[in-house]
Design a protein around this ligand. Structure first.
Ligand code: DGJ
Length: 731
């Protein structure tokens, strides 16, 4: 699947009519229609009689392209114009338009009217660029499409070029609109939450008006995630039904507007959040919007997720991570918090190695005067009391145990009680003469400033040069407030929202280029920075600070609707956990195996029995992780719907499948529901291997038809019971 990355990008600026074929991007000059084709979907857009861009179709693949008529404006009606009732592909705010606009601009002469007409096009093997131009000003807007055929995903983004002789101010720049077929009774699925309760799935009918999902917090945020799915008739389930889905790749302020117009047109507009947005463009300057991805399936939410998962693994995550399995990780945070030192970390490393851990990560507390969360952020030198000989001895020790070494950093932040802040109080985001509100006793460095960016890059390079570090856990533990940038002209201050993120990306890109073997985990106080923008630059994401295994089933279920299990970091930690809940160690291990597994417990408190179970579980995970991390996920029983949660993974070659099942609480002696597996070959036989004695169906070998139709029964009883089986295809 590597071809996805190295696709041909030669652009041709001619208007060509190709013979109908399996071509990915095709233009029909007679009808002025473009056809973007993926394996199973078609996306069609055209130029209408006003020379404006119009959406025509997005859904199941239609090979009979001749059936499509040219784009044609709807009729005017009552107080509505023709444009207002037409599915416009990229409506700017101008003329007589009242829907959510994609672009809003103010010109220096006070004019705020922008009307875009088709200007030119370029077609590549899997990309299309359509340039629009305002009816009088030299503002050019290029709609860019890229087709990811194998995953039924299309990427949209826009570049706004100021080719006038004056500066202009962009007040809203969206990446595009996804239009659904006109109609009613659609249902929206989205992910919401807060610290320790991220990526929880919500579903609600789409009614007339707008629903806004957004972040105004400077980063992606755990409060809402830039992903959506919409199903027809509110009738889709895991296996059936039309589902349109999409996600934004942006780790700053973002916005998704799900709009149901008065004319039953459901559309999703997404891009930069226009709240407090103002991006001046001098003559010759341009602005690129975030990438906005969309896909379609008629095989329900399960298939929508699997398409996203394989798309992320093959086309989003850093190229090196494709096919590479995530190691079992140990993290010191819940064991020691800030109380790290060489002897203590070595003791934990010893124990982690005994279990079979492959990557040992020292979390917060190793630098500056970081004894609690009141001091030290910004001072990225090794604390000499805790590590008198630097990090070298610990790193060597970890490596001598056969593990890689990882380190926690929070580069974007500074404690007022730090040398860095005392030296550069002007480097933080702030408004002149106004309070600097602290979150977790820290302020945000203004990464939009190039001097701050260069300083952070140099600091991280020094850290990596001086220490043999394989992995960084990159944290961010507060959101923006008082988002001022006093060093620039007031008119430029709000560029901060965008430039901060671009510079963050640039730092990570440069680090990765300089240290190609470096791996990174994205963390923001848990799952606060998970989106397709940051995921291009990191191997995995910290899912949530909530490591209560029972809560995690819900958080992880939501997560997998949008993001691949491989990049979902799950730790086994100690009990009682959040909510004061205690779950058995086995339950905690199996819950953590549903993604990339880690251990975050205080191993100093574990008994021999705990270690024995942990070693067994780690060994088991190593036999199934390729299937979990690289395979197809089937959510069989949702934690939202009953006592039982069950998920199954099938390897891409179909040779192995693994099932995890969890029972919350048994009542009234009720037996656990039968679990019917999916995604197997009905005609093949599978050897069934159970990790325990919970499986009631005792046969060693069962057919795919049997396990998918008759299903399997498990003796799950009491509270927080759990099990796992693997099925190996018999040759
Ligand atoms: C928040 C993260 O989510 C935790 O895992 C831990 O790294 C702390 N920050 C450390 O301050």
């Amino acid at each position: 699947m590597k071809c996805v990355r190295s696709a041909l990008f030669i652009l041709v600026s001619v208007t060509v009519t190709f013979a109908a074929s399996a071509q990915t991007v095709r233009f029909d000059s007679a009808r002025k229609l473009w056809f973007l084709s993926t394996r199973d979907t078609s996306y069609v857009l055209g130029i209408n009689e006003q020379n404006e861009m119009q959406h025509v179709y997005w859904g199941k693949r239609i090979a009979a392209e001749n059936d499509f008529a040219p784009a044609h404006l709807a009729s005017a009606y009552g107080f509505e114009t023709r444009e207002g009732r037409t599915a416009e592909e990229y409506p700017a705010w101008g003329g007589m338009r009242y829907g959510e606009p994609c672009l809003k601009v103010t010109f220096p002469d006070g004019n705020r009217d922008l009307v875009l007409k088709f200007d030119s096009q370029k077609i590549g093997s899997d990309i299309l660029e359509i340039t629009l131009k305002d009816i009088s000003y030299g503002v050019f807007v290029t709609l860019r499409y890229r087709v990811f055929t194998a995953f039924d995903v299309i990427e949209k983004s826009v570049r706004v070029d100021n080719r006038t002789k004056e500066p202009i101010v962009v007040e809203s720049a969206q990446s595009g609109v996804w239009h659904l077929p006109s109609g009613q009774h659609y249902r929206l699925s989205y992910l919401h939450g807060y610290w320790a309760g991220e990526t929880r799935l919500a579903q609600e009918p789409i009614d007339p008006g707008k629903k806004i999902l957004e972040s105004r917090r400077g980063n992606t945020s755990g409060q809402a995630n830039p992903w959506f799915a919409i199903d027809a008739g509110g009738a889709a389930d895991e296996e059936h039904g039309k589902v349109w889905f999409g996600a934004l790749g942006w780790s700053g302020n973002w916005k998704l507007v799900i709009e149901d117009t008065p004319y039953d047109q459901v559309r999703v507009v997404g891009g930069f959040n226009d709240f407090d947005f103002s991006y001046p463009l001098k003559p010759g300057e341009s602005l690129n919007t975030p990438l906005f991805y969309g896909g379609y399936t008629e095989l329900g939410f399960g298939d929508a997720s699997r398409l996203m998962h394989s798309f992320e693994r093959e086309a989003i995550l850093p190229a090196r991570s494709a096919g590479h399995l995530r190691p079992i990780l140990y993290n010191s945070w819940e064991a020691t918090e800030f109380n790290v030192d060489e002897a203590g970390q070595k003791a934990l490393a010893d124990k982690a190695a005994r279990i079979g851990v492959e990557l040992f990560v020292m979390d917060d507390g190793w630098f500056g005067q970081r004894n609690d969360d009141h001091a030290g952020l910004g001072d990225w030198y090794v604390n000499p009391q805790k590590f008198p000989n630097g990090l070298g001895p610990l790193i060597q020790y970890v490596k001598s145990k056969g593990m890689k070494f990882g380190l926690w950093v929070e580069p974007e932040m500074v404690n007022p009680n730090s040398n860095l802040y005392r030296k550069h109080p002007d480097w933080v985001i702030n408004f002149s003469g106004r309070p600097r509100t602290e979150g977790r006793n820290q302020l945000v460095l203004n990464l939009a400033r190039d001097d701050v960016k260069e300083y952070l890059l140099a600091t991280l390079v020094k850290l990596l040069r001086e220490n043999d570090i394989d992995f960084l856990k990159w944290d961010m533990n507060r959101h923006f407030s008082e988002p001022g940038w006093p060093a620039v002209a007031p008119a430029d201050e709000r560029k901060l929202w965008v430039n901060y993120v671009l510079n963050l990306y640039d730092i990570i890109d440069q680090l990765r280029a300089k240290y190609p073997k470096l791996e990174i985990e994205s963390c923001s106080g848990g799952g606060g920075r998970i989106d397709l923008g940051i995921l291009k630059r990191v191997e995995q994401a910290w899912t949530s600070d909530n490591t209560d295994a029972f809560d995690r089933l819900t958080i992880q279920d939501g997560f997998t609707h949008a993001y691949a299990p491989k990049l979902m970091m799950d730790w086994v930690t100690d009990v009682p956990n959040m909510n004061g809940r205690s779950t058995p160690l086995k339950f905690r291990f199996l819950a953590a195996m549903m993604g990339s597994m880690g251990i975050g417990a205080n191993l100093n408190r574990w008994s021999d029995e705990d270690f024995a179970l942990a070693s067994k579980m780690a060994a088991y995970y190593k036999t199934i992780r390729a299937t979990v991390q690289e395979g197809d996920l089937y959510r069989l029983a949702s934690p939202h719907e009953g006592e039982l949660t069950a998920s199954q993974y099938v390897s891409r070659d179909g040779r192995q499948s693994v099932l995890f099942a969890f029972l919350r609480s048994q009542q009234f002696l009720r037996p656990a529901p039968t679990i019917s597996l999916r995604g197997l070959d009905p005609n093949a036989n599978y050897r069934v291997i159970s990790i325990d004695d919970k499986l009631i169906d005792k046969a060693d070998v069962l057919s795919g038809a049997y396990v998918m139709n008759h299903g399997l029964n498990f003796n799950l009883t009491g509270d927080f019971d759990s099990t796992s089986i693997t099925l190996e295809r018999v040759k």
